[in-house]
Design a protein around this ligand. Structure first.
Ligand SMILES: Cc1cc2nc3c(=O)[nH]c(=O)nc-3n(C[C@H](O)[C@H](O)[C@H](O)COP(=O)(O)O)c2cc1C
Length: 276
């Protein structure tokens, strides 16, 4: 890539972020589909299969850390997992804390969830690669937030191989119990925000993974947000077209223990080695 091309790409990226704040002033004649009274898309994606599994909604059996400041101070990225079983209630808790629907605004105007989202559009879907979770077959799943259920999408020929490939060869993630893959259903946000929808999508996705970090920490699990995702391979596994809906963010979560701190630190050995 030439120096000029690099500068152009960087300028584009900066403009994408900074234009957002004042773009409304420069598009006076533009109306979003919501303003044009076009029909609103569904609040969440319907089940794609009949393989529906109810999730426990009572979290009383979990040992949840009630000290908020302790959770905040203990949160960190974990990339070393001990490969013990995770319970279905733990998985249910993580899904509830990240995308759970608390109520519906109006007849079916918006969902109010455990995370904030611009215009309450909640344009995300949660898919999972699951292994070592009590009562669940290893394979691919999809969260159904309206009913707090999951659906089994199918087995993988090589689940760990898929995790490595879909996360750009970050193979440490293959030992996680669950890799959460987040997709965006673009039109759910574009219906309301049109040409201004896309920066808020990136803002809102961060709320999901931050809640996932905090929820995992509060029950002694650990995870790591991942931007280095390979959308084509993830989209293929979950049957997404990559245009209307695409996977763009992921987070493995697994069982962890404090004794692995040194192994965790080795991910940053380059800091020591390069004297940074
Ligand atoms: C948006 C985002 C993308 C990230 N992508 C990756 C990634 O692809 N691989 C990885 O190992 N860590 C990734 N991380 C984790 C960061 O490296 C980590 O948060 C950072 O080093 C600070 O460490 P801490 O989370 O323990 O405070 C990502 C974190 C965020 C928030």
């Amino acid at each position: 890539m030439t120096e000029q091309e690099i500068r152009a790409r960087i300028a584009n990226g900066r403009a994408f972020v900074s234009r957002f704040a004042n773009e409304e002033d420069t598009a006076e004649d533009y109306q979003t589909d919501q303003e044009l009274k076009k029909p609103q898309p569904p609040l969440a994606k319907a089940a794609m299969t009949d393989n529906i599994i109810d999730l426990p909604a009572d979290f009383a059996e979990l040992d949840i850390d009630g000290d908020f400041l302790h959770i905040i101070n203990s949160r960190k990225s974990h990339r070393v997992y001990t490969q013990e079983q995770m319970t279905l209630t733990e998985l249910s808790y993580l899904l509830w804390c990240t995308q759970g629907v608390k109520s519906v605004r109006g007849k079916s105007y918006a969902t109010l969830r455990t995370v904030p989202c611009g215009g309450a559009r909640h344009e995300f879907e949660t898919y999972m690669a699951v292994q070592m979770v009590d009562g669940l077959k290893d394979g691919f799943y999809h969260y159904l937030p309206m009913t707090h259920q999951i659906e089994f999408l199918g087995e993988a020929e090589d689940l760990r191989g898929f995790i490595g490939e879909s996360l750009c060869e970050q193979t440490w993630a293959c030992k996680a119990n669950v890799v959460f893959y987040y997709s965006c259903v673009f039109y759910r946000a574009e219906w309301r925000y049109g040409i201004w929808a896309h920066v808020p999508i990136l803002m809102d996705s961060g709320h999901i993974t931050q809640n996932l970090y905090l929820a995992a920490t509060s029950i002694g699990l650990g995870g790591c947000a991942i931007a280095s995702v390979d959308p084509p391979s993830a989209n293929k596994a979950f049957g997404l077209d990559g245009e209307e809906e695409t996977i763009f963010y992921a987070m493995p979560v697994g069982t962890v223990r404090e004794e692995d701190k040194d192994a965790e630190d080795e991910f940053y050995a380059f800091v020591r080695e390069q004297g940074l």
